[in-house]
Design a protein around this ligand. Structure first.
Ligand SMILES: NC(=O)c1ccc[n+]([C@@H]2O[C@H](COP(=O)([O-])OP(=O)(O)OC[C@H]3O[C@@H](n4cnc5c(N)ncnc54)[C@H](O)[C@@H]3O)[C@@H](O)[C@H]2O)c1
Ligand SMILES: [Zn+2]
Length: 380
């Protein structure tokens, strides 16, 4: 079940290649690109322990000199100090501008490697080999790279597109179950905002939370559809001036929940799952979306093993307050991405050339008053 998605950006076209066993075919894939002779694999001890040998073997057999740069594991290391470790390795290995940085890992490794690639010698080749579900369907596609600042997540960054995204679905077998479920939240997001067929497939599948019980064909299908959705959106709005904002569905409340619990209690996907439930109910309460569709969405979220209610101890006023410091705030009001039908974004995207920015923003969401959102939060 191999699939290739072309992300034909005018200045940086690249492919997302999805196939079991791709880790062992990295060398031949890189040989087909103009990327110099040295490849620095950036990874962490856990992922490199699982897949490093196979990746190194394949890449060196194709004639590349391989340099290993192993960074500590975890979001707490996604900062400029760790980026310096990548630069230090690059200096020590006499990397030229025509060399290549390859990210082998989840979104943390991908975001840092991409930022290092964007800034090393003002831009060097970059390859994404995502190993978490979240990184496969979201972080590795679309060119957002960066690190955290003590005062905020992803505050320092650059748009920088990879030359290739090579996905090997087989590596998901070693992913911790909780990380898999977190990635499913983003898959469900694409189903709601972009792909009604994907929505039906998720709804009709008996379970979505245990990867061991999911057929490889099903996994390949949801990966392909999710990457296609992200590619479609990025192609229409690479720098997030209008439509790309739709990818923040469920994220306004999700980010606030992550922040209020100090990024320790819920992972990103778990918080986004709750955020989508809130946004779906808000859309239904405002008469934008059918309650049946919102209920069906919640059913899928529950099937993925994600929570569909807010824990009673969360301070709802504080959550709403925190949404005001979200990046998506305009003129003191908070804009929520709110669906009007399953897959509604695709219909907006199809007619994008005939619309101005404000029209698109108004169609993908709405500015919401605090009391409207607090009522929904209290009902959960
Ligand atoms: N650039 C973007 O557009 C974008 C989009 C979404 C998220 N992100 C970023 O992605 C990051 C989150 O990424 P994540 O959820 O992938 O987390 P992560 O990179 O921290 O990976 C989660 C854990 O899984 C381990 N792991 C990874 N692959 C594995 C495998 N195949 N087998 C066993 N263990 C494995 C990692 O070592 C880590 O401990 C955040 O920093 C977020 O800001 C970026
Ligand atoms: Zn997300």
């Amino acid at each position: 079940m191999a699939a290739t998605i072309a992300l034909n950006l005018p200045t940086n076209p690249y492919q997302i290649q999805i196939d079991g066993g791709n880790i062992d075919r990295l060398g031949e894939k890189l040989a087909g690109l103009k990327i110099g002779t040295k490849v620095t694999i950036v990874s962490n001890p856990s992922v490199f322990g699982h897949y490093g040998d196979r990746a190194v073997k394949s890449i060196s057999q194709s004639g590349f000199e391989v340099i290993e740069c192993i960074l500590p594991d975890g979001e707490e290391h996604k900062n400029l100090r760790t980026i310096e470790q990548i630069y230090d390795r690059a200096i020590a290995s006499k990397l030229e501008r025509s060399s290549t940085f390859l990210a082998l890992g989840g979104g943390v490794i991908g975001d840092m490697t991409g930022f290092a690639a964007a800034t090393w010698n003002r831009g060097t080749n970059f390859i994404q080999v995502p190993t978490t579900l979240l990184a496969m369907v979201d972080a590795s596609v679309g060119g957002k790279t960066g690190v955290n600042h003590p005062q905020g997540k992803n505050k320092i960054g650059a748009f920088y597109q990879p030359k290739l995204v090579a996905i090997d679905p087989d590596v998901l077998q070693t992913l911790p179950a909780r990380e898999f479920r977190a990635g499913m939240a983003e898959v469900i997001k694409y189903a709601v905002i972009w792909d009604a067929d994907l929505f039906d497939r998720l709804l009709n599948h008996p379970q979505l939370s245990n990867i061991e019980d999911l057929a490889p064909e099903f996994i390949a299908d949801i990966l392909t559809r999710s990457c296609q959705a992200k590619a479609d959106v990025v192609l229409k709005d690479e720098k997030e001036s209008h439509l790309r904002g739709i990818l923040n569905y469920g994220h306004t409340i999700g980010h606030a929940i992550e922040s209020i619990t100090n990024y320790a209690r819920f992972n990103h996907g778990e918080a986004v799952g709750m955020g989508m439930v809130v946004a779906g109910r808000l859309a239904a309460a405002l008469g934008l979306w059918s309650k049946d569709d919102a209920d069906r969405q919640d059913l899928i979220i529950a099937k993925a093993g994600l929570t569909t209610h807010l824990p009673a101890d969360l301070d709802l006023e504080k959550i709403v307050h925190l949404t005001h410091s979200d990046k998506k705030v305009e003129a003191g009001k908070v804009r929520y991405i709110l669906p009007s039908s399953i897959g509604y974004g695709r219909k907006i995207g199809d007619r994008i050339a005939t619309k101005d920015r404000q029209t698109i923003l108004n169609e993908i969401g709405r500015e919401v008053e605090d009391n409207e959102i607090i009522n929904v939060l209290r009902s959960m």
